[in-house]
Design a protein around this ligand. Structure first.
Ligand code: ATP
Ligand code: TZP
Ligand code: MG
Ligand code: MG
Length: 273
């Protein structure tokens, strides 16, 4: 992706800024409220704990708004919507906005599934700090067709123009995941080519990355930096895990270990921006 990188606008993020963000996450242990799907719940909580953050899956409509005012960040994921879970999200998001709490939207299935596409469009109006999705979901949010259920059928580079347009609308960052992660705040564009193919063989691996982005958004005012720091940490840990495990099962266990072990100086020394 070096050729693509040369064609894109420059950015001011460097390895030290990403490492500082990772350091702040580990020192401050932000409280992350997760309103997520029933597939990815445990992995997301475990990824947050391994990184040094504090997960709380407070998603009932009766408490979601109250808690969004107390959490350091909120994650909203549309993976397995029910009437009740969507009511919880409808409470939490205005609660987060009112309290100035950063919030992340993972619009699973947007564009491809009718009910949640409408919900995702409505949520855009509340200006998510970060939108994180696969390429098909980001294209879906922009009004295009979606992917194949929860999985992407598009390449991240094809979603970059839509990602930039969405970021311009929300004032936040949009992170399109894939073999090369494409991140933008509408102006700046960051490409990160780390990771491991087994991340696509573990369900909820993208969702857990969204949770980690929420945690990072609690420790920096710059949404693009938050998204990039989370992506770098996660994908660098995954490279280590991929090299030391023998398949998706041992890989996901190692991923928690390697996230836990990833020191800011390792991140700074290894990331290619
Ligand atoms: P999908 O919904 O299509 O399963 P997702 O929401 O799970 O996508 P991914 O695109 O799989 O999200 O991204 C999750 C993580 O996996 C990201 O950190 C990304 O960098 C990494 N990743 C995705 N595809 C690859 C790949 N082919 N090689 C290396 N890393 C990858
Ligand atoms: N079905 C609905 S949500 C979900 C599945 C399989 C999890 C998708 O997780 P990810 O992180 O997008 O791979
Ligand atoms: Mg996936
Ligand atoms: Mg996904």
């Amino acid at each position: 992706h070096d050729a693509e990188r040369r064609e894109l606008p420059t950015h001011d993020l460097d390895a030290d800024a990403l490492a500082d963000t990772w350091e702040r996450l580990r020192t401050r242990a932000p409280l992350v409220q997760c309103l997520t799907n029933r597939v990815a719940t445990a992995l997301s909580a475990n990824v947050l704990l391994a990184a040094g953050a504090s997960p709380a899956m407070v998603d009932t409509p009766r408490e979601a708004r109250f808690f969004a005012g107390r959490a350091d960040a909120v994650l909203v994921n549309l993976g397995t919507p029910t009437e009740e879970s969507m009511q919880g999200i409808a409470e939490a998001v205005p609660g987060a906005v009112e309290a100035g709490t950063p919030w992340v939207l993972d619009p699973i299935g947007a564009g491809g599934l009718p009910w949640r596409s409408g919900i995702a469009q409505d949520l855009l109006g509340h200006r998510p700090t970060i939108i994180r999705g696969n390429a098909s979901e980001v294209l879906g949010l922009g009004g295009g067709g979606g992917g194949r259920g929860a999985d992407s059928t598009d390449r991240p580079e094809s979603a970059l123009p839509t990602a930039r347009e969405l970021a311009g609308r929300t004032g936040g960052a949009v992170a399109v995941s894939g073999e090369v992660d494409h991140l933008t705040d509408g102006e700046r564009v960051v490409l990160l080519g780390h990771g491991h193919p087994w991340l696509t063989r573990v369900t909820g691996a993208g969702c857990a990355l969204g949770a980690l982005m929420a945690a990072c958004s609690a420790v920096t005012e710059d949404p693009l930096l938050a998204a990039a720091a989370a992506t770098a940490a996660y994908t660098l840990a995954a490279e280590t895990s991929g090299a030391t495990s023998c398949g998706p099962g041992s890989f996901v266990a190692s991923l928690l270990d390697d996230l836990h072990l990833l020191e800011p100086e390792h991140l700074a020394g290894r990331v290619v921006l």
